[in-house]
Design a protein around this ligand. Structure first.
Ligand SMILES: NC(=O)c1ccc[n+]([C@@H]2O[C@H](COP(=O)([O-])OP(=O)(O)OC[C@H]3O[C@@H](n4cnc5c(N)ncnc54)[C@H](OP(=O)(O)O)[C@@H]3O)[C@@H](O)[C@H]2O)c1
Length: 218
């Protein structure tokens, strides 16, 4: 278990995914500090809904407050993520590349980089792990089932830091999901947009099969 009690998650991005991660985390007993681009006052309704274990802050404050962090903003804005307050911390990256929204990023188009690899480059002192990138936001609070459930939904992670992948694995389990660890970030393209494993509901074996089936270009 991640020992939710006394653990604070700093969340950068309070949209579909950020708000859903916050809801489930609060339910599990985590404290959350959540942020967006427009300022904490714009998050009053969400924080009121989340209750006493949540507060709104700036991205830098959320990053500083978190024992670990979740980055969940449109990929085009990843360079805005505060670097210094995340140094030494595990950072869970939910971001996906939608060129229609994010603009063309040649290193991704060419298959030379991965989305989570870009965030890791931006946060060189942090330990980035991929998480929650291939589940619809609404399913985060509804699709989880207890450990050992038959046909339990599985989600993928990847990180260059084993302790970061381990934290995601424990968190996924608390949220109600099994984990398939892809390995290093350089292999995390296997669960990026439009690959077979992307967003469909899969148990661990199905997810492994879909990851193995992926090709570098889509
Ligand atoms: N929606 C899904 O089901 C889903 C599933 C898996 C992965 N994802 C990926 O996860 C990421 C987030 O998706 P989403 O659907 O939650 O997006 P969203 O609903 O558009 O929310 C984005 C959030 O990021 C905040 N933000 C934008 N720029 C920021 C910045 N520079 N600093 C701090 N916060 C910033 C926005 O704040 P403001 O509103 O104040 O600008 C907003 O709260 C995306 O990369 C997406 O592709 C989405």
């Amino acid at each position: 278990m991640v020992a939710a009690h006394m653990t604070t998650i700093g969340i950068i991005g309070a949209g579909h995914i950020g708000s859903q991660v916050a809801r489930k985390a609060v339910e599990l007993g985590y404290d959350v500090v959540i942020s967006n681009s427009r300022g904490p006052e714009t998050l009053a309704d969400l924080v009121a809904e989340l209750g006493a274990k949540a507060r709104a802050a700036t991205p830098a404050e959320a990053a500083a407050a978190g024992d670990f962090a979740v980055v969940t903003v449109p990929l085009k804005n990843y360079k805005d993520i505060p670097v210094e307050p995340l140094a030494g911390k595990i950072v869970i990256d939910t971001n996906n590349y939608y060129w229609e929204r994010d603009g063309r990023i040649p290193a991704l188009d060419n298959g030379e980089a991965t989305t989570s690899g870009l965030l890791q480059e931006h946060l060189p002192e942090s330990k980035v792990a991929k998480g929650f990138n291939h589940i619809m936001a609404s399913d985060i609070t509804t699709d989880g089932t207890p450990t050992g459930s038959e046909d339990r939904r599985a989600l993928a992670t990847a990180s260059d830091y084993p302790e970061a992948a381990e934290l995601v694995t424990r968190l996924y389990d608390e949220f109600g999901f099994d984990t398939v660890n892809i390995g290093l970030l350089e292999d995390s393209w296997r669960v990026e947009r439009d690959r077979p494993a992307y967003v469909v509901r899969q148990n661990a074996q199905e997810l492994k099969d879909n990851l193995a089936m992926a090709t570098r270009t889509v």
